[in-house]
Design a protein around this ligand. Sequence first.
Ligand SMILES: C[S@@+](CC[C@H](N)C(=O)[O-])C[C@H]1O[C@@H](n2cnc3c(N)ncnc32)[C@H](O)[C@@H]1O
Ligand SMILES: [Zn+2]
Length: 265
Amino acid sequence: MRRSTLHLLRCPSCAAGSLVPDDDAGEPRLVFGPVRCLGCRATWAVHEGLIDLAPERARGKGLQQAMELPWVARSWETYVRPAVDAVLTRGQLDRDSEYVAMRSMLGAPTAPVIDLGCGPGLFLKKLVRDLPSVNVIGVDISRPMIEEAMAQFRELQLAADFVRAEAPPLPFLDACLGGVLASGMVHFVADLETLLAEARRVLKPRGRFVASTYEARGTTRALHQKAGLHPRGEDELRRAAEASGFIRFERIRTGPVLVWSAELP
Ligand SMILES: C[S@@+](CC[C@H](N)C(=O)[O-])C[C@H]1O[C@@H](n2cnc3c(N)ncnc32)[C@H](O)[C@@H]1O
Ligand SMILES: [Zn+2]
């Protein structure tokens, strides 16, 4: 893991301390082995480019359980995501158009960017290539998803660090990021207000939160909620973003899919 990534992280146990390598005799740019919190002294495992900040977590609930199955992670980009996209947008929004919209809403960040709920890294790979001078970090709670992403990155000879963590909270220090991108992730989070409050805390001024999600009404919404999903409409997203102090809410709608962004003052 890059030392520059470690310097951005905040201990999830005490929600205060910075993390430092346990044995600091190593390579100046990279960190190997466990790291420790300067505040509460909790230790966290680092393996290659991955830090596990959720080692004790039980399996997810509802549809999130599927996100934690190795076969779903392996077939996500080839079969599962295309099937989900086809059902949601009836072929009106392909993944490339979704990425182009999100990439343009992200602007030109100069500080680190996280791909929150990166899955096997579909957009993370594109971001790493598009933003060669920015540290782009993958964050996800699903170990199989991160492992699949890491395998693909090795195969493609791309480099990125990964953080295993369940959001919210976001395990980053205050005002250290230039952007948070979350494709297909916010509907897995019940408490959007807390997620956005965390995004506000970790973003620098003018930092952007960019997400894709979908809306559902009436009985469909209730059914999705039973499966642990939280589809939200434009008004709800806008209100939540503004209540957390974001400005300049923008959105592109394709059927029930919303690609949206908001910026910090
Ligand atoms: C539908 S997939 C989207 C994957 C990828 N971003 C894409 O667009 O193809 C949602 C991802 O978000 C992750 N996820 C869901 N809830 C999360 C949470 N609370 N914190 C971190 N990751 C989460 C899941 O494990 C899964 O990998
Ligand atoms: Zn701590």
